[in-house]
Design a binder for this molecule. Structure first.
Ligand code: CTP
Ligand code: CA
Length: 229
């Protein structure tokens, strides 16, 4: 149904969308990962296609099917995601970082499966921070100077509300738009619908009421289209 009644306002544009969650391996059978299903990113790719864009989807371990007509690059780790996104961004008019990269990776990779110790002592896993792809996209922006969109999964806490944290994140990242998700409940991960607020670099806040992820995707492209030259 997303194919009908949509403006062809992304015709001639190349958009890059990342989706899913990255995995960071400890040994050949174990990884650190997260709960991102890739649904919102895939809805974004599908919506952009319906609006006439050429779409590159960088898909990290997505658990839903990828739409036909989208150019898919499959990745597993944050390092692979980074490489694929930065390369695709060179010819992009918009880049949307809907993926959830693992923030940390095990510092060491064990070539053989890690075994339990006879003495019952649990191992300690040392972690190294992964590069921030969104920050790097903003810093190295060139070529067609794409519109850069970040996502923020936030819960409110003692230090501030969901939107307080999102505003601070937007300032840190320097992206043009930030799509904010309240993940303080079970209402986002793997769900067919979503409810977001789109923040702009100029300080505007656009609430998008709870709707199917396809509708949320179109609201995000509406905001992008306004910024594409
Ligand atoms: N992101 C990224 N590279 C990373 C981590 C995050 O490009 N290594 C992107 C995500 O794809 C998302 C945005 O940055 O578009 C915000 O991700 P989020 O996890 O909310 O932000 P972090 O900076 O990792 O902060 P924290 O997890 O501590 O809230
Ligand atoms: Ca993070």
């Amino acid at each position: 149904q997303v194919l009908q009644g949509r403006p062809h306002d992304l015709a001639g544009q190349h958009v890059v969308v990342s989706a899913g969650g990255t995995r960071e391996f400890l040994d050949p059978v174990r990884f650190l990962g997260n709960r991102s299903s890739g649904r919102q990113g895939i809805a974004l790719a599908e919506a952009a296609l319906a609006r006439g864009a050429t779409v590159t989807l960088v898909a990290a371990n997505v658990s839903v099917p990828v739409p036909a007509g989208v150019d898919v690059v499959r990745v597993v780790t944050t390092a692979e995601l980074r490489e694929a996104v930065l390369k695709a961004a060179e010819s992009a008019d918009a880049v949307v970082m809907a993926a959830a990269p693992a923030d940390f990776r095990p510092t060491a990779f064990a070539d053989a499966k890690i075994k339990k110790q006879a003495d019952g002592v649990a191992p300690t896993i040392e972690l190294t921070e992964n590069p921030d792809i969104l920050v790097e996209l903003v810093r190295t922006r060139s070529g067609r100077s794409p519109v850069i969109v970040g996502f923020a999964a936030e819960t409110g806490d003692a230090n501030g509300s969901v939107l307080d944290h999102a505003r601070a994140k937007m300032a840190r990242k320097g992206c043009d738009l930030l799509v904010v998700n309240d993940v303080g409940s079970e209402r986002t991960f793997g769900q067919p619908d979503n409810e977001v607020t789109i923040l702009t670099a100029e300080g505007a806040e656009h609430p998008v009421p709870r709707a199917a992820k396809a509708e949320i995707a179109h609201a995000i492209w509406d905001a992008v289209v306004q910024r594409v030259e």
